[in-house]
Design a protein around this ligand. Structure first.
Ligand SMILES: [Zn+2]
Length: 324
């Protein structure tokens, strides 16, 4: 059963917005842009071979135990975050449980999640793998038999970017569907090595503390509908006004109206700065360095408010007075 997923259209902005494909008839693999998270907190994009099309569906996947680690709300009146794990054997379940908890603790300490955490349900799907660990860890060429096929170097397809940790998204979503509802799926890999990737299934290294920031950034996309505020890889933007609230092509920043000149929680005041949404020129961001540009930072006030608006749109009891 799939309940309506109101927020999904805003999802996977980065994975889809910069989609690229080789010409028809070519034998070269199709390519796509993937969001890459660097260890110094900066964020970039890598042009990466796409995963081959799935030839089967995985409805026959083994049933997995689902446990709720936070929240007790009707999924129709909550934001449902679902964790799936890869490379955790039955003996590794305690590690997985600790990894999920640490990621949720980190996420729920950051505003606006801290103020709204009572409106989240957090589910943990206990996906059991045959072997511990993920592919190409610690070095390229080491392969593990795991449930979700997770691996560095984007499952071995990418020649340039080791920290790009990719997962079989079809399998990850099938397992996530065993939870009552999934508004965002996060796949954790059983590894200490830094890595992650954006997309309809965000990934992060389960036992790497820094990797938890990836999930926070991804929820900026999936909940807030926020654009990336970094300016890689393109030069000059010539398109129409972007729909996302946190970027604009207008150098006056008029889109941000009464926010202009006011302090923002990530530092400084709201004022248009050139360089945003993959372009160095022609697009502006509201602050120098929010988490939509660099991991470890705060959301700026525009980003926070967009997410709060999305919570209110998604969660009826936030706007409907309680019956007394
Ligand atoms: Zn992003």
């Amino acid at each position: 059963m799939h309940l309506p997923r109101l927020l999904l259209p805003a999802l996977t902005l980065t994975a889809l917005a910069l989609f690229a494909q080789v010409p028809a008839g070519s034998t070269a693999p199709a390519m796509e842009w993937r969001e890459v998270f660097n260890e110094d907190g900066t964020i970039t994009q890598a042009l990466t071979p796409k995963a081959p099309a799935e030839t089967t569906t995985f409805r026959a996947l083994a049933a997995a135990e689902v446990t709720k680690i936070h929240g007790d709300r009707d999924p129709a009146d909550a934001f449902d975050l679902v964790f799936v794990g890869d490379g955790y054997t039955a003996d590794d379940l305690a590690t997985y449980t600790a990894n999920v908890k640490s990621k949720w603790d980190e996420l729920s300490a950051v505003e606006p999640f801290a103020s709204y955490k009572d409106y989240f349900n957090v589910w943990q799907v206990n996906v059991i793998s045959t072997e511990s660990g993920v592919d190409h860890d610690p070095t390229r060429g080491i392969l593990k038999d795991t449930a979700l096929d997770m691996g560095f170097w984007c499952q071995g397809r990418d020649a340039n970017t080791e920290r790009l940790l990719c997962v079989n998204e079809t399998k990850a979503k099938e397992y996530a569907a065993q939870a009552p509802q999934a508004d965002q799926v996060i796949a954790l890999g059983n590894t200490t090595k830094y890595g992650g990737a954006g997309g309809s299934v965000a990934t992060a290294s389960g036992s790497n503390a820094q990797a938890g920031q990836i999930a926070i950034h991804e929820l900026g996309h999936s909940i807030g509908g926020l654009a990336d505020e970094y300016d890689y890889p393109y030069l000059t933007y010539t398109g129409t006004e972007p729909r996302e609230k946190n970027v604009t092509k207008d150098p006056t920043g008029a889109k941000w109206g009464e926010y202009l000149g006011k302090p923002s929680p990530d530092g400084g005041v709201i004022a248009p700065l050139e360089g945003a949404r993959y372009y160095k020129n022609g697009l502006y961001r509201p602050t120098d360095n929010s988490i939509m540009r660099t991991l470890g930072k705060q959301f700026n006030s525009i980003g926070r408010d967009e997410m709060i608006k999305a919570f209110k749109a998604k969660i009826p009891s936030l706007t409907t007075p309680a019956v007394r």
